[in-house]
Design a protein around this ligand. Sequence first.
Ligand code: NAD
Length: 295
Amino acid sequence: MTVIAFIGLGNMGGPMAGNLVKAGHDVRAFDLSQASQDAAAELGVGIAGSARQAVDEAEIVVTMLPAGKHVLAVWEDILPAVKPGTLLIDSSTIDVASARRVHALAAERGCLSLDAPVSGGVGGAKAASLTFMVGGSEEAFALGEPILARMGRRIVHCGGAGNGQAAKICNNMILGISMLAVSEAFVLGEKLGLSHQALYDVASTSSGQCWSLTTYCPVPGPVPNSPANNGYKAGFASALMLKDMKLSQEAAQAVNASTPLGAAAAQLYGLHNALADGGADFSDIINMLRGRSGA
Ligand code: NAD
């Protein structure tokens, strides 16, 4: 049994902390929101009075927070209270620069650290089937992997500090762009008199095949479980896709990478958020291309 502090018990963090309890760990957690605290307490998570209190005897600390500024603030607050040698893991999706900054703060305190963002959504957090993309030293990874394995199914070490976040935003840039490509093809096909099923049957077994088509098809019918069959209810909210697209653009600017399709996609998801409110699934972008919102 390991004493684990868990800060940030929202839609993802709550069930992730619950899975660590299920695995037999002593989890001491904190969240600013009473509702998040109550939901996690029902899963057996111990609730502390503050983040500093939660880390008091922790051997491992996990944070799952909205954005880089929250992670920086929380790590700056708790680092003086953790013992040197403690492993800190941030699983939030944040900008690469902030991720590398908090690794440096941890090193100054004599602590080990990992950036370990996830994919798999709330369903994956509940089912402990997340994929973790991990950045940090070999030593930190060796210590953190068994803990991450209690919350996820696939753990990929992507290299040094910040590389987990780099892998996450590169992957999601592919996803955001590919959903637009698939959506544009369906809208064009409709205008050319092609049925959704016919285009699906061809593209899903041809060179247009991709996850956005075969798992998350943006029109109802061909893939029965995709959000298009459920009024475009998220799923993966357009607001979260916009967040990730902006992170990829920030990173591209910082290292002078040319990502013109990523830039266009970020603009289009920005427009979609303004029109359809960020709560709709990101595949609802097809309706914006048709000149309306299906959400
Ligand atoms: P959420 O908004 O549901 O939860 C965030 C929690 O952090 C909230 O409960 C909030 O009260 C708490 N919090 C904020 N500042 C705090 C502080 N200073 N101290 C303690 N608690 C604080 O968000 P989420 O959906 O759980 O996502 C968390 C992270 O995971 C985000 O970075 C998100 O981009 C990423 N992510 C989310 C999904 C998803 O499908 N929801 C999928 C992959 C990655």
